[in-house]
Design a protein around this ligand. Structure first.
Ligand code: ADP
Ligand code: MG
Length: 142
């Protein structure tokens, strides 16, 4: 039997543009609502997407997000060519942040982004190389 086609959505995240930070996650949220996904699933996807997007803006000079909606899961691949993460285990700890004072004054940098992504995704994978970039792959099962 033929499977339903997956839907692929792509989002460019601008570098260091705080005024537009969160735009990609808002757009995805609207699209998922139109598709009729359950509110709790949309809430979890939006948290993962928002935190990943903000990280790209404040830590990695932007990047590209690809979201694939299948019958059984939503997969978010957040790819950047930023500085990479030297110690992923540390970065995953609640409250740990390298955000600058300027970034904190904008209301970001509480060090809760990656832990919240982990909590809300069914799986979270971080591929990172210092000086090359970071790709975070998060899956929320439907
Ligand atoms: N895409 C990324 N590129 C480089 N470093 C990152 C990226 N995402 C997260 N980090 C690092 O992991 C730390 C923890 O991330 P997070 O939990 O989201 O906290 P916060 O963004 O508030 O600092 C960040 O302070 C940063 O050092
Ligand atoms: Mg963060």
């Amino acid at each position: 039997m033929a499977e339903k086609d997956s839907i692929v959505l792509t989002f460019d995240v601008d570098s260091d543009d705080f005024t537009r930070a969160g735009e990609a996650s808002s757009r995805l949220k609207r699209t998922l609502k139109q598709m009729g996904l359950p509110p709790d699933i949309i809430r979890r996807i939006s948290i993962v997407m928002y935190e990943g997007e903000i990280n790209m803006v404040i830590h990695a000079h932007g990047g590209k997000i690809t979201v694939t909606v299948d019958d059984d899961a939503v997969t978010m691949v957040l790819a950047d060519v930023g500085p990479g993460i030297p110690d992923v285990e540390k970065a995953m700890q609640a409250g740990w942040s390298t955000a600058s004072e300027a970034v904190r004054q904008q209301g970001f940098g509480a060090g809760m982004g990656l832990p919240n992504m982990k909590k809300n995704a069914d799986t979270l994978e971080i591929d990172t190389v210092v000086g090359v970039g970071t790709t975070v792959t998060a899956v929320v099962r439907l």
